[in-house]
Write a protein that binds this ligand. Sequence first.
Ligand SMILES: NC(=O)c1ccc[n+]([C@@H]2O[C@H](COP(=O)([O-])OP(=O)(O)OC[C@H]3O[C@@H](n4cnc5c(N)ncnc54)[C@H](OP(=O)(O)O)[C@@H]3O)[C@@H](O)[C@H]2O)c1
Length: 334
Amino acid sequence: MQSYRLESFGNLDSLVLRHETLKQPGPGEVLIKVKATSLNFRDLALLHGTYPMTCQLNLIPLSDAAGEVVSVGERVARFKPGDRVANNFFPRWFGGPFPRTSASEQYGSDQDGWLTEQKIVSAETLVAIPPHLSFEEAATLPCAAVTAWTALAGLSAGDTVLTQGSGGVALFALQLAKLLGARVIATTSSPEKAERLKGLGADEVINYSNCPDWSVQARNLSDGRGVDRIIEVGGPGTLTQSIRAISVGGEIEVIGFLAAGEPSIDFSSLFLSGATLRRIAVGSRSDFEAMNRVVSMHNLRPVVDRVFAFDQALEAWRHFDARQTFGKVVIAHG
Ligand SMILES: NC(=O)c1ccc[n+]([C@@H]2O[C@H](COP(=O)([O-])OP(=O)(O)OC[C@H]3O[C@@H](n4cnc5c(N)ncnc54)[C@H](OP(=O)(O)O)[C@@H]3O)[C@@H](O)[C@H]2O)c1
């Protein structure tokens, strides 16, 4: 079988295809034919050496996959050959609070990821994929969709949610927030993307390029009260605006670091906002399964920007790295 490995950080020349051999699944393990993977901002950060966590070299990249179970080892009851599955982002976080142990290891940075034709993993790390989704669509779920889902935990119908941009997490947050009965204000950098966000259900769209002080507009669009929930993927470059846009008692979901900017937080603004900041770490297997029930019930379809073939993987990375996408970039493994 063939796998891509990232042999050094810095550029895509170091993402190389290798022939490798695979053993049989041991007790508790399953052999999966990987059908599709998807890219996340994290994969670009790993490639460019800017990921803020430990990362090893020479690993198979990518954290998100969907595939079909080929065979199972002894004592596997969760799945059987032919089942359609996806992996949880954290291979060993099954439920409960986020573990600060080896159970928080990640694919592609601590252990081999999914840009490979076949893979053996513990059956415990997998979830069944919603029946209405193709493998290409299901491969978009493990990181971006589960993150959006956990960031919306505790939302009430009628709440106002603000999503930032049109990346993977933001689009899933918009789609899921609408399913949960929320009003959504989305930000984006272009009028074309604003129209597409409205097409996905955004009630209001703010162009953050024309309007760097977008918190004022967000407050005006929420009766001066501020928004109840912010899907904060920008980080250093957006957090100050988020603190100004949030309602008293609202929640800012601290997720990403897409936007460069002033790294310090103004204490008085934070104190006076009355907001709660909650750090998100994707989600557990149990979060993924809970989300899949809602995805299935509502036939939610992930937004896919473009699908590349397995032998075009480098092209897929280049396309995503150009930062012009709307929706997920997927690699179909055939
Ligand atoms: N903590 C966690 O558990 C967790 C999980 C998943 C992801 N993350 C992090 O969350 C972030 C988002 O990940 P992703 O995979 O969704 O990213 P992505 O798909 O690469 O997002 C790209 C989009 O980000 C938007 N963007 C860039 N700068 C922005 C700004 N200043 N304001 C608003 N939007 C901006 C752009 O939207 P427009 O083109 O519309 O302007 C762009 O299209 C990353 O930093 C990632 O590392 C964290």
